[in-house]
Design a protein around this ligand. Structure first.
Ligand code: FAD
Ligand code: UDP
Length: 391
């Protein structure tokens, strides 16, 4: 195939762009990925020992309030009615998350009504500035100092290993705070998991493109000789790898968090009784344990049936990223934002390359935001597509 466009990365950004470019514009697209599978960090596989679907790069739960994105993803997969619930262990006790009236009453050994709890938290958060500028100020303004110290301070220290005063307030604004007993983890209109698994969803996206899209796996943009030749032609490129790597780290590395995901198959039916258990204290060192079985209560086959005697868990440890590690989370300190602005100046000068996704935009995007960003990049690109391909 002689492609019109090269896409680097078969994650959600790359797949969405490929699907739009092929199906709306009839373009021939080559997608490469250095990994040996499609789907980027959302990839899951069915564990060979147990048959349980495991999310290889950490648990991925789909949730969105964006109607355009919801309509779009439903073209390629059905979603289960799964509603995500998370619990946290602090000081030898298990509490519900996100912080809700159940958490507050259990923590303070009280029976506050919604209004009384609101009043309490208003008093405990009074010292926080009205315009929080970092994670600590934002956290205290949302839930007050005692709850912040118990549930956020040490978890955040383990997760980010960066002074919380240097972290963006947006990180903690991801979590709702509720003055009722609703402990849905997310606040979105739509939520669920792909019925047949993530790989089937992404394969359906590719299948919808027929022969317009070719995928080459285990192919690194920076080292593959054939891709080097293609790059020399000046082919229009969508790049979803790390932006700092693309420019050979010339302004220095952006800071990322990486993860160690330690998988274990256990000979028990149910290890923890819930999909995700967070660990709010400095010990144990891991931030959370995922137990994948609980993501699919609707599955009744042998792997999932009560009495299977097997389960799969993953302990998630956060670690500082060094070259060669997977970059998972952009840390996004003030210093990072300064470096990013310099890289973005180079992007603005590069006419035939589009940077997208979590790594390409250096943004803490959930799946829906990644898709929304790709749909928006496609809408910007479409009117000038022919000109860019011909130039
Ligand atoms: P990626 O999925 O990272 O894909 C980029 C691809 O580019 C990768 O496959 C990579 O191998 C490839 N690539 C990079 N460099 C090169 C190169 N040089 N040559 C070839 N290929 C290259 N979102 C949710 O909505 N819900 C969740 O529950 C959720 N949980 C998450 C948990 C974790 C631990 C993490 C890290 C993220 C989570 N997310 C979640 C976010 C979600 O993973 C992202 O929104 C999504 O994966 C971003 O897609 P992407 O295409 O931008 O990047
Ligand atoms: N967080 C926390 N305690 C928790 C859960 C979350 O302090 O039990 C903070 C932490 O800083 C984390 C952020 O809230 O990085 C966002 O949490 P979320 O669960 O959305 O993170 P993700 O699933 O993206 O890792």
């Amino acid at each position: 195939m002689d492609p019109d466009i090269l896409i680097v990365g078969a994650g959600l950004f790359g797949l969405t762009m490929a699907e739009r470019l092929a199906n709306v514009c009839g373009k021939r697209v080559l997608i490469i990925d250095k990994r040996d599978h499609i789907g980027g960090n959302c990839y899951s596989e069915f564990d060979s020992a147990t048959g349980i679907e495991c999310h290889k790069y950490g648990a991925h739960l789909f949730h969105t309030s964006d109607e355009e994105v919801w309509q779009y993803v439903n073209r390629f997969t059905k979603f289960t009615p799964y509603i995500h619930k998370v619990y946290t262990t602090h000081d030898g006790e298990v509490y519900p998350l996100p912080i809700n009236l159940g958490t507050i009453n259990q923590f303070f050994h009280a029976a506050y009504t919604p209004d009384a709890a609101r009043q309490l938290i208003a008093e405990q958060s009074a010292s926080a500035p009205t315009q929080p500028t970092n994670l600590v100020e934002q956290g205290i303004s949302l839930i007050g100092r005692p709850l912040f110290d118990a549930f956020i301070k040490n978890y955040t220290a383990k997760q980010w290993q960066t002074p919380a005063e240097e972290l963006s307030p947006d990180i903690i604004k991801r979590l709702p705070v509720r003055y009722n007993y609703d402990n849905r983890y997310f606040n979105n209109t739509h939520e669920g998991l792909p019925l047949e698994g993530y790989e089937a969803w992404f394969q359906n996206m590719l299948d919808s493109c027929g022969d317009k899209v070719t995928v080459r796996l285990s192919t690194d943009y920076f080292t593959d000789p054939e891709i080097q030749t293609l790059r020399e032609t000046g082919i229009l490129t969508v790049y979803t790898g790390p932006i700092d790597q693309f420019y050979d780290y010339q302004f220095g590395e952006l800071s990322w968090r990486s993860l160690d995901l330690v998988k274990e198959v256990l000979d028990v039916d149910d290890f923890q009784g819930c999909p995700v258990m967070n660990y709010a204290d400095l010990e144990p060192k891991y931030t959370r344990i995922h137990e994948f079985k609980h993501f699919h209560p609707e599955r009744t086959n042998d792997a999932y049936a009560p009495g299977s005697g097997k389960t799969v868990i993953v302990r998630e440890y956060s670690k500082t990223w060094h070259r060669g590690d997977e970059p998972y989370y952009p840390v996004n300190t003030t210093e990072d934002r300064t470096k990013l602005a310099k890289y973005q100046e180079l992007v603005a000068r590069d006419g035939n390359i589009i940077f997208g996704g979590r790594l390409g935009e250096y943004a803490y995007f959930d799946m829906d935001k990644t898709i929304a960003s790709a749909l928006s990049a496609f809408a910007d690109l479409q009117p000038k597509l022919s000109q860019l391909i011909e130039s």
